[in-house]
Design a protein around this ligand. Structure first.
Ligand code: LMR
Length: 348
C-alpha cells in the first residue's frame, strides 16, 4: 500500500511538471520587451469603400490588398472592404474620404477629373493600345505626378489599379460612328468622355454606376461604355441587346487614402502598406486582363446578346473621327504636356 501511495504521488508530480512546462509556467524565459508589440493593443482599422462587385478587377484587388496588409503588419492593421457601394457611392465617396468618414476609396480616375482636370488625359480615346502601356505609364513617374495633384484635397494617392479597355453596349447594333447619332449614352462624369460622344451627335448622360442598370432597363438611356468585366458583373447584357468591341478607351482606378489618417501612421506601417500596395498592383494588372478576357467569353455565350468586333479599318475611322477630342482636352487642362509625355513613353 505504501509503495502504491509513493508511486501515485510520483506520477502526479511528473504529470504536473510536464503540464507546467507545456503551459510555459516553468522555465519560461520572459520575452525581451519588444516595443513593436505595443502596436498590438492599438489595432488599426481601415474602412475601404468601393462601388463594384467583389469578383471584378477592383473588387479582387481590394481583397488582395486587405490580405497583404494583414500579413505584412502581423494583424496590426485590418482592412474592412465594403463593395457594391454598400457604404458610399460615386456621388458621396470622395467627400466621405476627405471628411475622414472612410479611410480608403478606389474611384475610377475619370470620376476624379472634376477635382484634378489633368487626369482627363487618361480618358482620351485610343491613346493607349495595350494593357502594358497603361501599366508602364500609371506605375511610373507620370502616375506619381498625377497622384501628387491630389495634395490640395487632403487625400493621399497610393497608386493606380487597372480594369481594362472599354466597349460599348446599346439597344441597337453599333458598327459606325454615325450609329451613335441621337443616342443617350451613359458616361462617367468626365468632360473628355462627354465630348467624345457629343462629337458623334449623341447625348452624354453622366450617371452614377449604381444607377446604370435601372436606367438601361427603363430605357432612360440607350447605351453605355464600360469594360467586359463591368458589363458582365453588373448584368448590363440582360438589359441591352448589342455590344461592340471598340477598345476605344481605358478604365482604371486611383487608390486613395485620407491624408490625415496616413500621416498618423508610423513610418513602419506606412512602409508595410506601400509594400502591400506595390505587390497588389503588380498582381492586379495581370489579373484584370485575365478577368476581362474571361468575362468577354462569358458574354459571348449569352443568348440574346450580340457581340460585334470592330474591324481595324472601322477602328481607324473612329480614331480619326474622335481626334477633335484631343484639341478639346488641350484647351481644357493646365498641363497639356502630360499628353506628349505619355505619347513619348508608349509610342516612342
Ligand atoms: C463606372 O462608373 O462605370 C465605373 O467607374 C465603375 C467602376 O468603378 O469600375
Amino acid at each position: 500500500m505504501k509503495k502504491f501511495m509513493i508511486g501515485t504521488a510520483a506520477t502526479v508530480l511528473i504529470l504536473t511538471i510536464v503540464f507546467s512546462i507545456q503551459q510555459g509556467l516553468l522555465f519560461s524565459t520572459t520575452l525581451p520587451y519588444d516595443d513593436e508589440q505595443t502596436g498590438l493593443d492599438t489595432q488599426i482599422t481601415i474602412h475601404l469603400s468601393h462601388v463594384v462587385a467583389e469578383n471584378t478587377p477592383k473588387g479582387q484587388a481590394a481583397t488582395k490588398f486587405a490580405e497583404l496588409v494583414e500579413q505584412k503588419t502581423n494583424g496590426q492593421v485590418k482592412v474592412h472592404v465594403y463593395p457594391n457601394a454598400s457604404l458610399y457611392n460615386d456621388e458621396n465617396e470622395f467627400k466621405a474620404l476627405q471628411d475622414g468618414k472612410v479611410e480608403m476609396i478606389i474611384p475610377t480616375y475619370s470620376k476624379m477629373t472634376s477635382y484634378v482636370p489633368d487626369w482627363q488625359v487618361l480618358d482620351l480615346p485610343y491613346l493607349f493600345h495595350t494593357d502594358d502601356e497603361v501599366h508602364e505609364v500609371l506605375t511610373g513617374p507620370i502616375g506619381e505626378q498625377l497622384l501628387d495633384e491630389l495634395q490640395p484635397f487632403n487625400v493621399k494617392g497610393l497608386g493606380f489599379w487597372h480594369n481594362g479597355f472599354k466597349q460599348l453596349t446599346a439597344e441597337q447594333p453599333i458598327h459606325t460612328f454615325e450609329d451613335l447619332q441621337g443616342l443617350r449614352i451613359r458616361t462617367m462624369p468626365s468632360k473628355t468622355l462627354e465630348k467624345q460622344f457629343s462629337l458623334a451627335g449623341a447625348t452624354p448622360v453622366p450617371i452614377s454606376f449604381s444607377e446604370v442598370f435601372t436606367d438601361l432597363e427603363t430605357h432612360a438611356i440607350d447605351a453605355q461604355e464600360n469594360t467586359a468585366s463591368n458589363i458582365y458583373s453588373k448584368g448590363f447584357y440582360k438589359v441591352q441587346k448589342n455590344m461592340t468591341v471598340t477598345n476605344h478607351g481605358i478604365l482604371g482606378y486611383s487608390v486613395l487614402m485620407n491624408e490625415k489618417f496616413w500621416e498618423q501612421l508610423s513610418p513602419k506601417i506606412q512602409k508595410q502598406l506601400m509594400e502591400a500596395m506595390k505587390e497588389t498592383t503588380e498582381w492586379q494588372f495581370k489579373q484584370a486582363v485575365l478577368l476581362n478576357a474571361d468575362d468577354l467569353r462569358k458574354l459571348q455565350q449569352e443568348d440574346d446578346f450580340v457581340i460585334y468586333t470592330m474591324t481595324d479599318k472601322e477602328r481607324q475611322r473612329w480614331q480619326e473621327q474622335l481626334a477633335p477630342v484631343y484639341d478639346f482636352y488641350r484647351a481644357n487642362v493646365k498641363q497639356p504636356h502630360l499628353l506628349a509625355d505619355i505619347q513619348q513613353i508608349i509610342a516612342p
